[in-house]
Design a protein around this ligand. Structure first.
Ligand code: NIG
Ligand code: FE
Length: 446
Protein backbone atom coordinates (compact mmCIF):
# COMPACT_ATOMS: atom_id res chain seq x y z
CA UNK A 1 0.00 0.00 0.00
CA UNK A 2 1.35 3.43 -0.86
CA UNK A 3 2.10 5.90 1.94
CA UNK A 4 -0.53 8.19 0.46
CA UNK A 5 -3.20 5.50 0.60
CA UNK A 6 -2.22 4.41 4.11
CA UNK A 7 -2.48 7.99 5.31
CA UNK A 8 -5.85 8.44 3.62
CA UNK A 9 -7.32 5.29 5.13
CA UNK A 10 -6.04 6.27 8.53
CA UNK A 11 -3.85 4.62 11.13
CA UNK A 12 -3.74 4.28 14.91
CA UNK A 13 -1.17 6.34 16.81
CA UNK A 14 -0.57 7.29 20.42
CA UNK A 15 1.45 10.50 20.86
CA UNK A 16 2.89 10.88 24.35
CA UNK A 17 5.29 13.25 26.08
CA UNK A 18 3.90 16.40 24.48
CA UNK A 19 5.43 19.38 26.30
CA UNK A 20 2.88 21.79 24.86
CA UNK A 21 -0.17 21.02 22.77
CA UNK A 22 -1.15 24.22 20.94
CA UNK A 23 -4.26 24.29 18.76
CA UNK A 24 -7.24 26.38 17.77
CA UNK A 25 -10.55 24.64 18.43
CA UNK A 26 -13.75 24.30 16.46
CA UNK A 27 -15.29 23.01 13.27
CA UNK A 28 -15.42 26.31 11.43
CA UNK A 29 -13.22 29.34 10.76
CA UNK A 30 -12.37 31.51 13.74
CA UNK A 31 -13.15 35.11 12.91
CA UNK A 32 -11.86 38.42 14.22
CA UNK A 33 -10.89 38.44 17.90
CA UNK A 34 -11.70 34.72 18.23
CA UNK A 35 -8.50 33.95 16.29
CA UNK A 36 -6.57 34.69 19.49
CA UNK A 37 -8.17 31.97 21.55
CA UNK A 38 -6.16 28.82 21.13
CA UNK A 39 -5.88 25.94 23.58
CA UNK A 40 -2.40 25.51 25.10
CA UNK A 41 -2.10 22.33 27.14
CA UNK A 42 1.14 21.44 28.95
CA UNK A 43 2.07 17.76 29.43
CA UNK A 44 -0.40 16.41 26.88
CA UNK A 45 -1.19 13.29 24.88
CA UNK A 46 -3.09 12.57 21.67
CA UNK A 47 -4.77 9.32 20.69
CA UNK A 48 -5.62 8.69 17.04
CA UNK A 49 -7.67 5.65 16.03
CA UNK A 50 -8.31 4.82 12.38
CA UNK A 51 -6.89 8.20 11.36
CA UNK A 52 -9.21 10.19 13.62
CA UNK A 53 -8.42 11.89 16.91
CA UNK A 54 -10.32 10.35 19.81
CA UNK A 55 -8.43 12.13 22.59
CA UNK A 56 -6.30 15.29 22.75
CA UNK A 57 -5.62 16.81 26.14
CA UNK A 58 -3.77 16.45 29.44
CA UNK A 59 -1.73 13.24 29.67
CA UNK A 60 -3.53 12.49 32.94
CA UNK A 61 -6.83 12.23 31.08
CA UNK A 62 -5.62 9.70 28.53
CA UNK A 63 -6.13 6.45 30.46
CA UNK A 64 -9.72 7.22 31.52
CA UNK A 65 -10.58 8.37 27.97
CA UNK A 66 -9.07 5.21 26.50
CA UNK A 67 -10.89 3.04 29.06
CA UNK A 68 -14.17 4.67 28.07
CA UNK A 69 -13.39 3.55 24.50
CA UNK A 70 -12.77 0.00 25.69
CA UNK A 71 -8.99 0.29 25.50
CA UNK A 72 -7.29 -0.86 28.69
CA UNK A 73 -3.66 -0.20 29.58
CA UNK A 74 -2.59 -3.23 27.53
CA UNK A 75 -4.57 -2.03 24.54
CA UNK A 76 -2.92 1.40 24.70
CA UNK A 77 0.55 -0.12 25.03
CA UNK A 78 -0.04 -2.22 21.91
CA UNK A 79 -0.70 0.81 19.70
CA UNK A 80 1.95 2.34 17.44
CA UNK A 81 3.36 5.28 19.36
CA UNK A 82 5.34 8.46 19.01
CA UNK A 83 7.16 9.91 22.03
CA UNK A 84 7.40 13.68 21.66
CA UNK A 85 10.05 14.01 24.37
CA UNK A 86 8.69 17.28 25.78
CA UNK A 87 8.37 18.93 22.39
CA UNK A 88 5.41 21.02 21.24
CA UNK A 89 2.73 19.63 18.93
CA UNK A 90 0.53 21.69 16.61
CA UNK A 91 -2.02 20.77 13.91
CA UNK A 92 -0.65 19.93 10.46
CA UNK A 93 -0.36 23.14 8.45
CA UNK A 94 -2.89 23.76 5.68
CA UNK A 95 -1.36 25.57 2.71
CA UNK A 96 -4.61 26.80 1.16
CA UNK A 97 -3.11 28.70 -1.80
CA UNK A 98 -0.34 27.30 -3.96
CA UNK A 99 0.56 26.77 -7.60
CA UNK A 100 2.81 23.74 -7.15
CA UNK A 101 2.32 22.18 -10.62
CA UNK A 102 4.31 24.08 -13.24
CA UNK A 103 7.38 23.63 -15.44
CA UNK A 104 10.33 25.94 -16.08
CA UNK A 105 11.57 28.78 -13.93
CA UNK A 106 11.91 32.57 -14.04
CA UNK A 107 15.06 33.19 -12.02
CA UNK A 108 16.04 35.99 -14.41
CA UNK A 109 12.82 37.89 -13.70
CA UNK A 110 13.46 37.60 -9.98
CA UNK A 111 16.76 39.39 -10.52
CA UNK A 112 15.19 42.01 -12.83
CA UNK A 113 12.70 42.77 -10.09
CA UNK A 114 15.49 42.89 -7.55
CA UNK A 115 17.03 45.49 -9.85
CA UNK A 116 13.86 47.58 -9.76
CA UNK A 117 11.60 46.44 -12.64
CA UNK A 118 7.92 46.09 -11.62
CA UNK A 119 5.97 42.80 -11.70
CA UNK A 120 3.29 44.18 -14.05
CA UNK A 121 5.96 45.82 -16.24
CA UNK A 122 7.59 42.41 -16.74
CA UNK A 123 4.13 40.97 -17.46
CA UNK A 124 3.50 43.68 -20.12
CA UNK A 125 6.85 42.94 -21.78
CA UNK A 126 5.76 39.36 -22.46
CA UNK A 127 7.45 37.95 -19.38
CA UNK A 128 5.68 36.77 -16.31
CA UNK A 129 3.02 34.08 -16.29
CA UNK A 130 3.26 33.56 -20.06
CA UNK A 131 6.76 32.18 -19.88
CA UNK A 132 5.67 29.59 -17.36
CA UNK A 133 2.75 28.81 -19.67
CA UNK A 134 5.15 28.05 -22.55
CA UNK A 135 7.23 25.74 -20.37
CA UNK A 136 4.18 24.03 -18.86
CA UNK A 137 2.55 23.46 -22.25
CA UNK A 138 5.76 21.76 -23.38
CA UNK A 139 5.90 19.46 -20.33
CA UNK A 140 4.46 15.93 -20.35
CA UNK A 141 2.17 14.61 -17.64
CA UNK A 142 5.08 12.57 -16.26
CA UNK A 143 7.28 15.65 -16.08
CA UNK A 144 4.60 17.68 -14.28
CA UNK A 145 4.11 14.83 -11.80
CA UNK A 146 7.85 14.60 -11.21
CA UNK A 147 8.18 18.34 -10.58
CA UNK A 148 5.06 18.46 -8.41
CA UNK A 149 6.15 15.46 -6.36
CA UNK A 150 9.41 17.09 -5.37
CA UNK A 151 7.64 20.27 -4.28
CA UNK A 152 5.03 18.34 -2.32
CA UNK A 153 7.64 16.38 -0.36
CA UNK A 154 9.33 19.64 0.55
CA UNK A 155 6.00 21.00 1.79
CA UNK A 156 5.34 17.84 3.77
CA UNK A 157 8.77 18.09 5.40
CA UNK A 158 7.78 21.59 6.57
CA UNK A 159 4.68 20.24 8.30
CA UNK A 160 2.08 20.82 5.57
CA UNK A 161 -0.48 17.99 5.65
CA UNK A 162 -3.06 19.53 3.28
CA UNK A 163 -2.32 21.61 0.23
CA UNK A 164 -4.39 23.39 -2.38
CA UNK A 165 -2.97 23.34 -5.91
CA UNK A 166 -4.01 25.52 -8.81
CA UNK A 167 -3.83 24.97 -12.55
CA UNK A 168 -3.38 28.17 -14.57
CA UNK A 169 -0.07 27.59 -16.34
CA UNK A 170 -1.61 25.98 -19.43
CA UNK A 171 -4.51 28.32 -20.19
CA UNK A 172 -5.49 26.06 -23.09
CA UNK A 173 -7.84 23.19 -22.31
CA UNK A 174 -5.34 20.39 -22.88
CA UNK A 175 -2.64 21.72 -20.58
CA UNK A 176 -5.03 22.93 -17.86
CA UNK A 177 -6.54 19.44 -17.71
CA UNK A 178 -3.03 17.95 -17.64
CA UNK A 179 -2.15 20.07 -14.61
CA UNK A 180 -5.28 18.86 -12.81
CA UNK A 181 -4.55 15.30 -13.87
CA UNK A 182 -1.02 15.59 -12.44
CA UNK A 183 -2.57 16.46 -9.07
CA UNK A 184 -4.77 13.37 -9.36
CA UNK A 185 -1.68 11.20 -9.89
CA UNK A 186 0.18 12.91 -7.04
CA UNK A 187 -2.66 12.26 -4.60
CA UNK A 188 -1.80 8.58 -4.97
CA UNK A 189 1.92 9.13 -4.48
CA UNK A 190 2.51 11.63 -1.71
CA UNK A 191 0.77 11.38 1.67
CA UNK A 192 -0.44 14.98 1.57
CA UNK A 193 -4.10 15.77 1.05
CA UNK A 194 -4.54 17.71 -2.20
CA UNK A 195 -7.41 20.07 -3.02
CA UNK A 196 -7.31 20.99 -6.73
CA UNK A 197 -8.41 24.36 -8.13
CA UNK A 198 -8.96 25.32 -11.76
CA UNK A 199 -7.38 28.73 -12.47
CA UNK A 200 -7.97 29.04 -16.22
CA UNK A 201 -8.40 32.83 -16.06
CA UNK A 202 -4.91 33.37 -14.66
CA UNK A 203 -3.64 35.30 -17.68
CA UNK A 204 -4.96 35.98 -21.18
CA UNK A 205 -3.23 33.45 -23.47
CA UNK A 206 -1.53 34.55 -26.71
CA UNK A 207 -4.36 32.97 -28.72
CA UNK A 208 -6.75 35.51 -27.17
CA UNK A 209 -4.38 38.49 -27.00
CA UNK A 210 -6.33 41.62 -26.08
CA UNK A 211 -9.60 39.65 -25.84
CA UNK A 212 -10.09 38.59 -22.21
CA UNK A 213 -13.87 38.34 -22.71
CA UNK A 214 -13.48 35.89 -25.60
CA UNK A 215 -11.07 33.81 -23.51
CA UNK A 216 -13.57 33.72 -20.63
CA UNK A 217 -16.22 32.53 -23.13
CA UNK A 218 -13.85 29.74 -24.17
CA UNK A 219 -13.20 28.80 -20.55
CA UNK A 220 -16.94 28.66 -19.80
CA UNK A 221 -17.99 26.72 -22.86
CA UNK A 222 -14.97 24.49 -23.54
CA UNK A 223 -13.00 23.91 -20.36
CA UNK A 224 -15.39 24.00 -17.37
CA UNK A 225 -17.58 21.19 -18.79
CA UNK A 226 -14.49 18.92 -19.00
CA UNK A 227 -13.67 19.24 -15.28
CA UNK A 228 -15.39 17.05 -12.71
CA UNK A 229 -16.52 19.19 -9.75
CA UNK A 230 -15.56 17.67 -6.40
CA UNK A 231 -18.26 17.91 -3.74
CA UNK A 232 -17.90 20.32 -0.80
CA UNK A 233 -15.55 18.75 1.73
CA UNK A 234 -14.00 16.44 -0.85
CA UNK A 235 -10.31 16.34 -1.75
CA UNK A 236 -8.49 14.16 -4.28
CA UNK A 237 -8.79 10.48 -3.55
CA UNK A 238 -5.39 8.76 -3.19
CA UNK A 239 -6.76 5.60 -4.80
CA UNK A 240 -4.42 6.01 -7.72
CA UNK A 241 -7.35 6.03 -10.15
CA UNK A 242 -7.15 9.44 -11.74
CA UNK A 243 -10.48 9.51 -13.60
CA UNK A 244 -11.58 12.76 -15.24
CA UNK A 245 -9.60 15.82 -14.20
CA UNK A 246 -11.29 17.18 -11.11
CA UNK A 247 -11.37 20.42 -9.17
CA UNK A 248 -13.10 21.56 -5.99
CA UNK A 249 -12.67 25.30 -6.69
CA UNK A 250 -12.51 27.75 -9.58
CA UNK A 251 -10.24 30.77 -9.17
CA UNK A 252 -9.54 33.91 -11.25
CA UNK A 253 -6.80 36.56 -11.31
CA UNK A 254 -9.24 39.45 -10.89
CA UNK A 255 -7.00 42.42 -11.60
CA UNK A 256 -6.99 45.65 -13.58
CA UNK A 257 -5.81 44.91 -17.12
CA UNK A 258 -6.16 41.13 -16.66
CA UNK A 259 -9.69 39.89 -15.84
CA UNK A 260 -11.75 42.77 -14.59
CA UNK A 261 -14.96 42.64 -12.58
CA UNK A 262 -17.50 41.86 -15.32
CA UNK A 263 -15.49 38.98 -16.83
CA UNK A 264 -14.58 37.64 -13.38
CA UNK A 265 -18.23 37.68 -12.32
CA UNK A 266 -19.42 35.93 -15.49
CA UNK A 267 -16.83 33.18 -15.08
CA UNK A 268 -17.42 32.70 -11.36
CA UNK A 269 -21.19 32.53 -11.81
CA UNK A 270 -20.76 29.86 -14.50
CA UNK A 271 -18.40 27.92 -12.21
CA UNK A 272 -20.81 28.15 -9.27
CA UNK A 273 -23.66 26.89 -11.46
CA UNK A 274 -21.56 23.79 -12.18
CA UNK A 275 -21.01 23.08 -8.49
CA UNK A 276 -17.50 24.47 -7.97
CA UNK A 277 -16.58 26.50 -4.91
CA UNK A 278 -15.15 29.94 -5.66
CA UNK A 279 -11.82 31.65 -4.97
CA UNK A 280 -10.37 34.93 -6.24
CA UNK A 281 -6.94 36.48 -6.54
CA UNK A 282 -8.37 39.84 -5.53
CA UNK A 283 -7.15 43.42 -5.15
CA UNK A 284 -3.49 42.39 -5.25
CA UNK A 285 -2.01 45.17 -7.36
CA UNK A 286 -4.83 47.69 -7.68
CA UNK A 287 -7.98 48.29 -5.70
CA UNK A 288 -10.54 46.97 -8.18
CA UNK A 289 -13.25 45.60 -5.87
CA UNK A 290 -12.49 41.90 -6.19
CA UNK A 291 -12.95 41.48 -2.43
CA UNK A 292 -16.45 42.95 -2.71
CA UNK A 293 -17.22 40.60 -5.61
CA UNK A 294 -16.06 37.65 -3.49
CA UNK A 295 -18.52 38.70 -0.77
CA UNK A 296 -21.36 39.21 -3.22
CA UNK A 297 -20.88 35.78 -4.81
CA UNK A 298 -20.29 33.96 -1.51
CA UNK A 299 -16.77 32.82 -2.45
CA UNK A 300 -14.99 30.51 -0.02
CA UNK A 301 -11.94 32.79 0.04
CA UNK A 302 -10.47 35.94 -1.47
CA UNK A 303 -6.69 35.97 -1.59
CA UNK A 304 -3.82 38.53 -1.66
CA UNK A 305 -6.00 41.58 -0.78
CA UNK A 306 -3.07 44.00 -0.48
CA UNK A 307 -5.28 46.83 -1.80
CA UNK A 308 -8.69 45.65 -0.59
CA UNK A 309 -10.87 48.49 0.74
CA UNK A 310 -12.16 48.53 4.31
CA UNK A 311 -15.86 48.41 3.24
CA UNK A 312 -15.09 45.37 1.05
CA UNK A 313 -13.34 43.66 3.96
CA UNK A 314 -16.43 44.28 6.07
CA UNK A 315 -18.58 42.77 3.32
CA UNK A 316 -16.29 39.74 3.27
CA UNK A 317 -16.60 39.35 7.04
CA UNK A 318 -20.40 39.54 6.85
CA UNK A 319 -20.50 36.98 4.03
CA UNK A 320 -18.07 34.60 5.79
CA UNK A 321 -15.43 34.79 3.04
CA UNK A 322 -12.00 33.77 4.35
CA UNK A 323 -9.35 36.48 3.80
CA UNK A 324 -6.17 34.73 2.71
CA UNK A 325 -2.92 36.65 3.11
CA UNK A 326 0.22 35.62 1.27
CA UNK A 327 3.08 37.47 2.97
CA UNK A 328 5.81 35.58 1.09
CA UNK A 329 4.54 37.15 -2.13
CA UNK A 330 4.56 40.65 -0.66
CA UNK A 331 8.07 39.91 0.65
CA UNK A 332 9.32 38.66 -2.72
CA UNK A 333 7.69 41.52 -4.68
CA UNK A 334 8.80 44.02 -2.04
CA UNK A 335 5.23 45.26 -1.66
CA UNK A 336 3.73 46.39 1.59
CA UNK A 337 2.06 43.59 3.53
CA UNK A 338 -1.69 43.09 3.57
CA UNK A 339 -3.45 44.86 6.42
CA UNK A 340 -4.07 41.82 8.52
CA UNK A 341 -5.05 43.82 11.61
CA UNK A 342 -7.72 45.69 9.65
CA UNK A 343 -9.04 42.37 8.37
CA UNK A 344 -9.25 40.94 11.87
CA UNK A 345 -10.82 44.14 13.23
CA UNK A 346 -13.36 43.94 10.39
CA UNK A 347 -14.32 40.52 11.74
CA UNK A 348 -12.76 38.48 8.94
CA UNK A 349 -11.39 34.99 9.33
CA UNK A 350 -7.80 35.34 8.20
CA UNK A 351 -5.81 32.51 6.64
CA UNK A 352 -2.13 32.45 5.70
CA UNK A 353 -0.69 30.47 2.79
CA UNK A 354 2.49 30.21 0.71
CA UNK A 355 1.38 31.13 -2.86
CA UNK A 356 4.25 28.97 -4.13
CA UNK A 357 4.58 29.79 -7.85
CA UNK A 358 7.38 30.32 -10.39
CA UNK A 359 6.99 34.11 -10.57
CA UNK A 360 5.86 36.26 -7.69
CA UNK A 361 6.83 33.78 -4.96
CA UNK A 362 9.11 30.84 -5.59
CA UNK A 363 8.99 29.53 -2.05
CA UNK A 364 6.89 27.19 0.04
CA UNK A 365 8.49 28.30 3.27
CA UNK A 366 5.78 28.05 5.91
CA UNK A 367 8.40 28.99 8.55
CA UNK A 368 9.03 32.29 6.78
CA UNK A 369 5.28 32.90 6.32
CA UNK A 370 4.90 32.51 10.09
CA UNK A 371 7.74 34.88 10.92
CA UNK A 372 6.62 37.55 8.41
CA UNK A 373 3.05 37.42 9.71
CA UNK A 374 4.23 38.00 13.28
CA UNK A 375 6.99 40.50 12.51
CA UNK A 376 5.37 42.58 9.77
CA UNK A 377 1.62 41.98 9.87
CA UNK A 378 1.17 42.27 13.61
CA UNK A 379 -0.28 38.81 14.21
CA UNK A 380 0.18 37.08 17.54
CA UNK A 381 1.50 33.51 17.59
CA UNK A 382 -2.03 32.27 18.33
CA UNK A 383 -3.49 34.22 15.40
CA UNK A 384 -0.82 33.05 12.98
CA UNK A 385 -1.24 29.45 14.13
CA UNK A 386 -5.01 29.67 13.65
CA UNK A 387 -4.49 31.25 10.22
CA UNK A 388 -2.21 28.41 9.08
CA UNK A 389 -4.34 25.57 10.43
CA UNK A 390 -8.07 25.92 11.15
CA UNK A 391 -8.66 28.99 8.99
CA UNK A 392 -6.59 27.48 6.16
CA UNK A 393 -8.87 24.46 6.41
CA UNK A 394 -11.89 26.78 6.25
CA UNK A 395 -10.44 28.38 3.11
CA UNK A 396 -10.78 24.90 1.56
CA UNK A 397 -14.16 24.12 3.10
CA UNK A 398 -12.57 21.45 5.31
CA UNK A 399 -12.73 22.99 8.79
CA UNK A 400 -15.13 20.33 10.03
CA UNK A 401 -12.55 17.56 9.60
CA UNK A 402 -9.03 19.06 9.68
CA UNK A 403 -7.19 22.11 11.09
CA UNK A 404 -7.35 21.49 14.84
CA UNK A 405 -6.36 18.81 17.33
CA UNK A 406 -9.56 17.61 19.02
CA UNK A 407 -11.79 14.55 18.91
CA UNK A 408 -13.48 14.04 15.56
CA UNK A 409 -10.74 15.74 13.55
CA UNK A 410 -8.16 13.93 11.43
CA UNK A 411 -4.93 12.97 13.17
CA UNK A 412 -2.86 15.48 11.18
CA UNK A 413 -0.11 16.97 13.34
CA UNK A 414 3.42 18.27 13.54
CA UNK A 415 5.86 17.55 16.36
CA UNK A 416 8.06 20.65 16.59
CA UNK A 417 11.72 20.50 17.47
CA UNK A 418 10.97 23.14 20.11
CA UNK A 419 9.28 23.32 23.51
CA UNK A 420 6.57 25.76 22.46
CA UNK A 421 4.66 27.04 19.42
CA UNK A 422 6.18 30.47 20.05
CA UNK A 423 9.39 29.10 18.49
CA UNK A 424 7.57 29.00 15.11
CA UNK A 425 8.21 32.72 14.45
CA UNK A 426 11.14 33.04 16.86
CA UNK A 427 13.40 30.53 15.10
CA UNK A 428 13.09 32.70 12.01
CA UNK A 429 12.69 30.89 8.71
CA UNK A 430 13.89 27.58 10.11
CA UNK A 431 12.07 24.30 9.68
CA UNK A 432 10.99 23.07 13.12
CA UNK A 433 9.12 19.98 11.91
CA UNK A 434 10.66 17.00 13.73
CA UNK A 435 7.89 14.60 12.71
CA UNK A 436 4.79 14.99 10.55
CA UNK A 437 1.71 12.82 10.94
CA UNK A 438 -1.12 12.52 8.38
CA UNK A 439 -4.26 10.69 9.59
CA UNK A 440 -2.28 8.85 12.23
CA UNK A 441 0.48 7.77 9.84
CA UNK A 442 4.02 9.10 10.51
CA UNK A 443 4.82 10.39 7.04
CA UNK A 444 7.98 12.36 7.74
CA UNK A 445 10.76 12.37 10.35
CA UNK A 446 13.59 14.89 10.40
O1 NIG B 1 -0.70 34.29 -7.07
N1 NIG B 1 -0.98 37.05 -9.20
C1 NIG B 1 -1.15 36.15 -10.01
N2 NIG B 1 -0.77 34.90 -9.92
C2 NIG B 1 0.31 34.40 -9.15
C3 NIG B 1 1.63 34.72 -9.75
C4 NIG B 1 1.83 33.97 -10.99
C5 NIG B 1 3.18 34.11 -11.64
O2 NIG B 1 3.82 35.16 -11.57
O3 NIG B 1 3.58 33.10 -12.23
C6 NIG B 1 0.17 34.82 -7.72
O4 NIG B 1 0.90 35.66 -7.21
FE1 FE C 1 -1.56 32.80 -6.35
Amino acid sequence: MSGARAAAEGADLLVTGIGELATPLGAEARRGQAMRDIATVPDAAILVLGGEIVYAGPAAGLAPAAAALGLGEGGLAALPSLEAGGRAVVPGFVDSHSHFVFAGHRADEFLWRAGGLGYMEIHRRGGGIRRSVEATRAASLERLVELGEKRLWTMLSLGVTTVEGKSGYGLDKETELRQLEAMGVLAGRVPVEIVPTYLGPHSVPPEFEGRPGAYVDYVITEVLPAIRPLAPGESLSPSGETGAPAARFCDVFCEKGVFELADSRRYLEAARARGFGLKLHADEIESLGGAGLAAELGATSADHLLKASRPDLERMAAAGVVATCLPLTAFTLRERYAEARAMIESGCALALASDLNPGSCYSQSIPLVFALAVLYMGLSVAEALTALTLNGAAALGLADRIGSLEPGKAGDLVVLDAPSASFLPYHVGMNLAAAVVKRGEIVYRA
